[in-house]
Design a protein around this ligand. Structure first.
Ligand code: HEC
Length: 220
């Protein structure tokens, strides 16, 4: 009795195991979302997570915005990554003298305090609040050659040149063109002039001799 049962059991299971395995694979695949093999319907999703959400697809229309456009204009003052925000290179110091024209913004109390605020935020970490480079970065060093901006040779730089240094950077000093708007850069310069105690010239017009490359370095 026991012998005959095990005989039939031995034949049947192979068929059932094969069929069972095929069925399980099929069910698993259907549950996995492969239903699209034989159906136009969306796959069954047990955990859709964030697959379906209200989102803006490029070049599509939108019912959300009153003008029906999905694509929005960039916010004022935003700068796209990798875009050219200041066209001159670090070494174009001669061009900068005529390129950067002081807009002579009215030095209102607001503008001057804006300049001070931006200077304190962006420049003081290296150059110090008083521009004499008594800063945390200098204190903790080693960061070579952060100059005292109130020294005579820096005070003698034209507004156009300082605008150029802030916009293009100079040697180890990075460019701030993508971080500080042009108006704020001028406000910083006006404020820096008060720290230097000088009026400052707008431009030192380029001369033939000025093509000397030493004008780009900290030797200047
Ligand atoms: C990360 C540190 C750092 C920050 C922040 C920084 N600078 Fe500088 N700055 C330097 C270094 C270093 C130099 C010297 C560059 C060189 O070797 O020519 C320099 C040089 C300068 C010079 C030229 C001085 C000269 O006599 O040649 C000016 C002007 C200047 N910085 C202004 C600014 C202003 C304005 C800001 C804020 C917008 C600023 N810097 C922010 C590091 C910095």
């Amino acid at each position: 009795m026991a012998q005959s049962m095990s005989d039939t059991n031995r034949k049947l299971p192979i068929l059932w195991i094969v069929l069972g395995a095929a069925a399980s694979v099929f069910i698993v695949l259907v549950l996995w979302g492969k239903i699209t093999w034989f159906s136009d319907q969306a796959p069954v999703e047990f955990l859709p997570n964030m697959d379906h959400q209200f989102k803006a697809i490029p070049q599509s229309g939108s019912k959300f915005f009153s003008d029906g456009r999905t694509q929005r204009d960039p916010m004022e003052g935003t700068v796209a990554r990798g875009s050219t925000v200041y066209p001159l290179g670090m070494g174009d110091v001669d061009k900068a003298e005529s390129f950067n024209v002081n807009p002579h913004l009215e030095k209102t109390e607001f503008l001057m305090s804006r300049g001070q605020n931006r200077f304190n935020v962006f420049c003081s970490p290296c150059h110090g609040y008083d521009a004499k480079s008594n800063s945390k970065v200098v204190e903790r060093g080693p960061w070579p050659g952060i100059p005292d901006l109130t020294r005579e040779q820096t005070a003698a730089l034209s507004n156009a040149r300082i605008f150029h240094i802030v916009s293009a950077g100079q040697n180890l000093m990075p460019s701030y063109a993508d971080k500080i708007s042009p108006t704020d850069r001028w406000a910083i310069i006006y404020y820096l002039r008060t720290l230097q105690g000088v009026e400052g010239t707008d431009s030192n017009a380029p001369t033939v001799a000025a093509s000397n490359s030493s004008t780009t370095g900290s030797a200047q």
